[in-house]
Design a protein around this ligand. Structure first.
Ligand code: ADP
Ligand code: MG
Length: 578
């Protein structure tokens, strides 16, 4: 399709190297110096998806990495574009999503003498602390090996983000050195080699589980990423060990499986004497494994590809280093050979607590249908109803209360069908994740967003509409960060206040998508299915009451409070004292 000298440019070799490794989608925002690179990618048969801001594009590539188990690839321009993408690069690395961010850059000699190039920045060194590894391609002849290193680094061991620095010179430089050797471009052999724990390590774990009176499995997004559903389900079915899924592990075992301890989360964490972590970290989301959330005498078994994760916060009594699939392929038969079954009194205690909590929850949901103050429960119930009937729909979610209540309410039946704010709890991932999910899966996608979260990347609604993607963005609008009514200074817009009358749905209309506006449960119920099944890009503005929504959602404990009093009250108290 392109002539021979073009074929020898760094740009062309880069595209060949990606394609040779089965990477056919590129996400990005073009400009100097990568515009022709993106065009050439299209000419050579890749699909290029252009965004409105780099963080959305890089988030999209990260989501593609999570969904496909191959690195997603994003491209940005130099300094400001690179810096906009950097948050998403850091976040992908924290989330263990394989990603390659490629940014156009300046030549080394200009940067090193600080000569003041157009958008000049030492991007290579700036990126280093925010990714697994940064590489820089100074010569066209090195492109093949650079891409190989980037791919291997992104997917092997603990997956993560890689930065590839691409000086403008390298893009246009000709490689005439390698001739027939396919110009140094090749397909990697075994990019993420399997790793097995030793028999000794397996036996150590089996010996501990065998003795467990109250075992518990915690599934993390590593289990989803590594496609362990078959092995995990067998483990659970053979031993009856109850499980708790972290949010992105929902669906590895269906949420409605009888072994789910989700509705008895506190009781099962507090009671468990043996905790088996499968692709989950004992970080802030699991209270670092500490009491009182966990039993102080619990023994931990951890399955992870990264040995440095063990003992991060608790003593790990049986570390199992390896990829999860290989590890489970050894562990499950070894454990079932012992005939181990979870003691029934532990299962009964969980079942009782589950029944109690389920009844409470069902009551709350029912009340949400008719509550004159329309809130989260009434808004989200129809979404859950839809997902129970159509489990092969994808869900992306962000926000505070929207995220937390949606996570509890929406049951997932299939693995890797839920993407959310992840390890850092970042807002502004919704549009990038939803767009990539629609592209990579060809399925309907629901992006469930709080009004504040949606504001971070709302302009990428234009991207969703431009590519005519089957995405329904649900904006739960309570006019504020957390909520829209919490003000301390009278007659002044407070820090958490947003516009409760904002018509987010009209943004879709502006770009040729469809818009819906609902103000109560019945309208949401009537609208949601139509919106999703239209297969068109659309936004539903769900107008809930501005007083709905707790400060910081379910993690208010992380937000230092200063015992603030509304100004009038404080002045009254002061004058009373005088
Ligand atoms: P969650 O937030 O869902 O609890 P985390 O992101 O904290 O999950 O943990 C995921 C863990 O899974 C990380 O420690 C990561 O090293 C591990 N992991 C990711 N991919 C694999 C894999 N293929 N095999 C084994 N472990 C993996
Ligand atoms: Mg809000």
């Amino acid at each position: 399709m392109v002539d021979d000298s073009l074929n020898r440019t760094g740009a062309s070799l880069l595209i060949d190297a990606l394609q040779a490794n089965g990477i056919n989608n590129l996400y990005g925002v073009v400009g100097i110096p990568i515009t022709d690179l993106a065009r050439l990618a299209e000419l050579k048969g890749m699909k290029y998806y252009g965004f409105r801001r780099e963080d959305s594009a890089v988030d999209a590539a990260a989501a593609a990495g999570f969904l496909t188990k191959k690195p997603g690839v994003a491209m940005t321009v130099s300094a400001p574009g690179f810096l906009n993408g950097l948050t998403a690069l850091a976040q992908a690395t924290k989330n263990c999503f394989p990603l390659i961010m490629i940014s156009g850059s300046s030549e080394r000699h200009i940067i090193d003498l600080s000569q003041g190039d157009y958008e000049g920045l030492d991007q290579y060194n700036t990126a280093k602390p925010f990714c697994k590894k940064a590489y820089r391609i100074d010569r066209a002849q090195d492109v093949g090996i650079a891409v190989a290193r980037a791919i291997r680094t992104a997917v092997s061991g603990r997956p993560g983000g890689v930065y590839l620095d691409l000086p403008a010179d390298t893009i246009a430089q000709l490689n005439n050195d390698l001739g027939e050797k396919n110009m140094g471009v090749y397909r990697l052999v075994d990019p993420a080699p399997l790793q097995q724990p030793s028999d000794e390590a397996i036996n150590r774990a089996v010996d501990i589980i065998k003795q467990a009176k109250k075992p518990l499995i915690i599934l993390g997004k590593g289990a989803a990423y590594d496609r362990t559903e078959k092995q995990v389900q067998e483990l659970i079915n053979q031993t009856d060990i109850p499980f708790l899924p972290m949010s992105m592990a929902k669906g590895v075992v269906p949420d409605d499986d009888k072994h789910s301890a989700s509705a008895a989360r506190s009781l099962s964490l507090k009671g468990a004497d043996v905790v088996i972590l499968i692709g989950a970290r004992l970080n802030w989301m699991l209270s670092y494994g500490n009491a009182p959330q966990f039993n102080p005498d619990a023994k931990f078994i951890q399955l992870d590809i990264d040995a440095t994760q063990f003992d991060s916060a608790q003593k790990i009594s049986a570390p199992l280093q390896g990829d999860l699939t290989s590890t489970l392929n050894k562990l499950v038969p070894a454990l079932t050979a012992t005939g181990y079954k979870t003691p029934s009194d532990w299962l009964d205690a969980i079942a009782q607590d589950t029944a109690k909590n389920d009844a409470k929850f069902a009551k709350r949901i029912k009340a949400g249908e008719t509550n004159p103050k329309f809130g989260y429960y009434g808004a989200i119930e129809p979404i859950n109803d839809y997902f129970q009937e159509h489990p092969d729909t994808y869900l992306v979610s962000e926000g505070a209360n929207t995220l937390d209540i949606g996570r509890d309410m929406i049951g997932m039946k299939l693995p890797r069908h839920r993407l959310d704010t992840g390890t850092w709890g970042v807002m502004g991932v919704g549009m990038g994740y939803a767009i990539a999910t629609a592209i990579e899966t060809d399925k309907h996608v629901v992006a469930l967003d709080g009004d504040s979260a949606f504001g971070f990347d709302g302009m990428d609604v234009e991207t969703m509409c431009r590519y005519n993607l089957p995405i329904t963005v649900v904006v739960i609008n309570n006019g504020g960060i957390y909520n829209g009514v919490e003000n301390v200074v009278p007659n002044q817009l407070g820090p958490t206040t947003l516009d409760p009358t904002a018509r987010y749905d009209l943004i879709a209309k502006a770009f040729g998508g469809d818009n819906y506006y609902v103000t109560n449960y019945q309208e949401m119920k009537d609208t949601f299915t139509t919106a999703v099944e239209s297969g068109r890009p659309n936004i539903i503005n769900v107008q809930i009451d501005p007083s709905m929504g707790k400060e910081s959602g379910h993690i208010g404990n992380l937000n230092p409070t200063l015992n603030l009093k509304p100004l009038e009250e404080a002045e009254k108290e002061k004058s009373e004292k005088e």
